[in-house]
Design a protein around this ligand. Structure first.
Ligand SMILES: Cc1ncc(COP(=O)(O)O)c(C=O)c1O
Length: 395
């Protein structure tokens, strides 16, 4: 029905990719193969599996048809030869590090990456003999200086959390390749609907599928996408380290992915209206939103994204006390540490993703006690803005 080479728009890929149907009475949706193991008809089938017949399944930690369907959909959306779905975004990051680096190797990473990524690079990977160097945002133009002969992976994330700074994926990928590093991009905040890092030169894309790909705050999963060679290595690493996703969760992910394109479109429209309303509000000191950035950043976003995204952050006047009062007065926006669901949520970075960071580190990241992060959902924009305004007026 759908060859990978067929030119299709993302909205069509969201619904149809990966969902091959066979036979007259086939279910329209991909069923959940809720099993840990598969029965093979005979030894010949076992032999064919052992020789690499990819139509056969043996054990769900190695592969499962529901997981395969989710992988094919993500690969189609990212424009990748293949994808590997994992038990969480962190499992995807660990797998990316372990397939690109060995003991003695180094990672170069942006400093403005998800806090859990920094902990993985600083606290876990050194136990395997892998070290990381971090590039602060203000020094990104000198990225080349952070590489050594030992560097095997360049790790990027754009837009960043929570200040939504964007970095040039094409330029940084070229620098990474000049130093023979594998370029890995965390595309969680943009989603493949807004940004396709592989087309811009990256080698591997990773996701916290817990966020927009799932889209309903009801699953924990991750994903990697890239060339067949990298994904074969990632699948083997997932098998050996155990970071496989449950088939039931893969089904929820498949279902969520079908509406990704429409969810992203609606949430982007809402975010744009909210960013403008916040910028006009006297109680707001500064809005962080790619669509309100300086000209150079706007040009960059125009080159590598199709819209400005679904996240908006802002600094409230009155510092930490005003921020806490504002959050507690919201009625429609739920206080929740995650993002990317259909429901709009608010988060307070100094007590979640950026907890425990020094004043110097926070300054480098552009985060303060006054910074509030909004994950914009698909509700009515007027209702969302009215709730923000009533909370701002009383903060
Ligand atoms: C940008 C980003 N990458 C990776 C992760 C880790 O994903 P997970 O929580 O699914 O392990 C997160 C989680 O918040 C994230 O925001």
């Amino acid at each position: 029905m759908k060859k990978p080479s067929e030119p299709r728009a993302d909205a069509t890929r969201c619904v149809h990719s990966g969902e091959d149907r066979h036979g007259q009475a086939a279910p329209l949706t991909t069923p959940i193969a809720q099993t840990s193991v598969f029965a093979l008809p005979n030894v010949d089938a076992l032999r064919r599996y052992a020789w690499g017949d990819s139509d056969l399944y043996l054990y769900s930690r190695y592969g499962n048809p529901t997981i395969t369907a989710a992988e094919e959909k993500i690969a189609a959306l990212e424009g990748a030869e293949a994808a590997v779905v994992t038990s969480s975004g962190m499992a995807a990051e660990l797998i990316a590090a372990l397939v690109t680096c060995q003991a003695g190797d180094e990672i170069v990473s942006m400093l403005d990456v998800y806090g859990g990524t920094v902990k993985l690079f600083e606290q876990v990977l050194p136990r395997c003999g892998i070290k990381a160097r971090f590039i602060p945002y203000h020094d990104i133009a000198n990225a080349g200086r952070y590489f050594s002969r030992k560097t095997k992976m360049l790790f990027l994330e754009t837009p960043t959390n929570p200040t939504l700074r964007c970095v040039d994926l094409a330029a940084l990928s070229a620098i990474g390749h000049k130093h023979r590093a594998c370029v890995v991009v965390d595309n969680t905040f943009a989603t493949p609907v807004l940004q396709k890092p592989l087309e811009l030169g990256a080698d591997i894309v990773i996701h916290s599928a817990t966020k927009y790909l799932g889209g309903h705050s009801d699953l924990t999963a991750g994903a990697l996408a890239g060339s067949k060679k990298w994904m074969d290595a990632a699948r083997d690493m997932r098998t050996y380290t155990g970071g496989v996703v449950d088939p039931g969760c893969a089904y929820l992910l498949l279902r969520g992915l079908k509406t990704l394109d429409v969810r992203v479109e609606r949430a982007c429209q809402n975010a744009a209206e909210i960013a403008v309303a916040l910028q006009r509000h006297p109680e707001v000191e500064r809005v962080h939103y790619p669509g309100l950035a300086d000209k150079a950043s706007l040009d960059l976003v125009g080159r590598q994204m199709t819209d400005y995204g679904m996240m908006v952050s802002f600094d409230i006047r009155g510092g930490g006390r005003a921020a806490e009062r504002f959050i507690d007065r919201l009625k429609l926006w739920c206080l929740a540490a995650s993002l990317g669901g259909v429901e709009s949520t608010v988060s307070y970075p100094v007590l979640t993703s950026h907890i425990g960071l020094s004043a110097k580190q926070m300054k480098l990241l552009g985060v303060s006690l006054a910074t509030i992060r909004l994950s914009v959902g698909i509700e009515d924009a007027g209702d969302l803005i009215a709730d923000l305004e009533q909370a701002l007026e009383r903060a």
